[in-house]
Design a protein. Structure first.
Length: 144
């Protein structure tokens, strides 16, 4: 089946046509994690899925999607763009989006500010991995 050229449809590599629902508008200008969270809240509410989105279920789904993200890279030398077809890059992009959306939904359920958490973790890692000690060394902090 081929997708029409309507503005509300797109063509996937497996020839399935999916229409974009009116509640998922194209982002205009700057699009923040808060905007994505709000869009996901609407998407979930429209489908009455919040009842299934416990922290455990969201963390499990996140883990599954992360594994699916890894799959296209299996058995490649490095996974550089030269090794990836256009269809594979599209599949990777979609899996990355799945990981991000589950992470945003999990953070929403647990009231975690992801940007603040990432900044905090970078600061902690800077203490664990001082530049002068680890530059060019991939070992874990406990190994030196």
């Amino acid at each position: 089946m081929s997708a029409s050229n309507d503005a509300g449809a797109f063509r996937m590599t497996d020839e399935l046509a999916l229409s974009v629902p009116p509640t998922t508008p194209e982002p205009q200008g700057a699009f923040s994690l808060g905007d994505l969270r709000d869009q996901l809240r609407v998407f979930v509410a429209e489908r009455d899925w919040a009842q299934f989105h416990t922290p455990k279920n969201l963390a499990s789904a996140l883990s599954v999607e992360a594994a699916e993200l890894l799959e296209p890279f299996q058995w490649l030398h490095s996974g550089s763009t030269e090794e990836l077809s256009a269809a594979t890059r599209t599949a990777i992009r979609h899996e990355m989006a799945d990981v991000l959306t589950y992470l945003v939904m999990l953070a929403d359920r647990l009231d975690v500010d992801l940007l603040a958490a990432a900044q905090e973790k970078i600061s902690l890692n800077a203490l664990k991995y001082p530049v002068m000690q680890v530059r060019g060394d991939a070992r874990k902090y406990s190994d030196y």
